[in-house]
Design a protein. Structure first.
Length: 279
């Protein structure tokens, strides 16, 4: 599907930018959205009509539908819709402001939900397609200091897993991408921190503060390799429900799932004790 048409939110940086560049270089068409106008003028100059771009604040839900409708109208068939726009809000839950909480959920969760909902009528009408949600290892494994980021990503996970079952009859595949830490500009441009409370100094939640130091931790994921795997996945049938990318992601996800099973499995007998007597 590399030469088909893709719609990608947030193409100005990170995975969105990498996906757009690779797809365009392979001869495909890309419809992309940006929050900062002018941030992809170089791609427009290089690829011309093969790169369609619109300004979009993903928290503006009516505008999301307008942009998606316009992309399908202008380009005709769009084969793959990638829901990528988002950012990370880190800090202990108590440290976050009400405004930060609302904006994180509005961007990462509600923006993703609305993008998928806006695309579905078009994908159904054309007989199918693919929805790819850029989630995170944080969608399956939780750590102190990222509670609201986890809330947004875990919400996407539940929505997309259920949605996959709803739209399978229409030949629409759904994939959740679970990358670990990658060498993008995330720590510089797409990460926000709460105002620290001294009560959390030295606690597990404080580990996130290192991401705003002059030399943030070195991460292991290669954005180009991650983008290439995402592109290749669009040709897989059936669509993979989840793609775990990065050895750090695999380790964290498998550990979290094993721990969850270890918490639940010993409760088989006590769980049954609350069944009605006539079941």
């Amino acid at each position: 599907m590399a030469t088909d048409t893709w719609f990608i939110t947030g193409v100005n940086s990170g995975f969105g930018r990498e996906l757009a560049e690779q797809l365009l270089s392979r001869g495909g068409r890309v419809a992309g959205t940006v929050r900062r106008e002018g941030s992809v003028d170089d791609l427009r100059a290089t690829y011309g009509d093969r790169f369609w771009v619109a300004h979009l604040d993903i928290t503006d839900l009516p505008r999301v539908r307008e942009v998606v409708d316009a992309a399908f109208r202008d380009l005709g068939r769009i084969d793959v819709v990638v829901i990528n726009a988002g950012y990370g809000l880190f800090g202990a839950a108590e440290e976050l402001s009400d405004e930060q909480v609302v904006h994180q959920i509005s961007t990462n969760l509600l923006g993703s939900v609305q993008t998928a909902r806006a695309a579905l009528p078009h994908l159904r009408a054309q007989g199918g397609g693919r929805l790819i949600q850029i989630s995170s290892v944080a969608g399956l494994a939780a750590h102190a200091g990222a509670s609201l980021y986890h809330a947004s990503k875990w919400g996407c996970e539940g929505f997309m897993e259920a949605l996959a079952q709803e739209v399978a009859p229409f030949n629409i595949g759904v994939t959740l991408v679970e990358p670990g830490g990658a060498r993008t500009a995330f720590a510089r441009g797409s990460l926000q921190l709460s105002e620290p409370l001294s009560a959390y100094d030295g606690t597990p939640a404080a580990f996130v503060r290192q991401f705003k130091t002059p030399a943030p931790p070195t991460l292991g994921g290669d954005p180009a390799k991650i983008a290439a795997r995402i592109i290749d996945s669009a040709a897989q049938q059936p669509a993979p429900m989840r793609m775990v990318l990065g050895s750090d992601s695999y380790q964290a996800v498998t550990t979290a799932l094993r721990n969850r099973l270890a918490q639940v499995e010993p409760q088989q007998a006590t769980a049954a004790e609350t069944d009605a007597d006539d079941t």
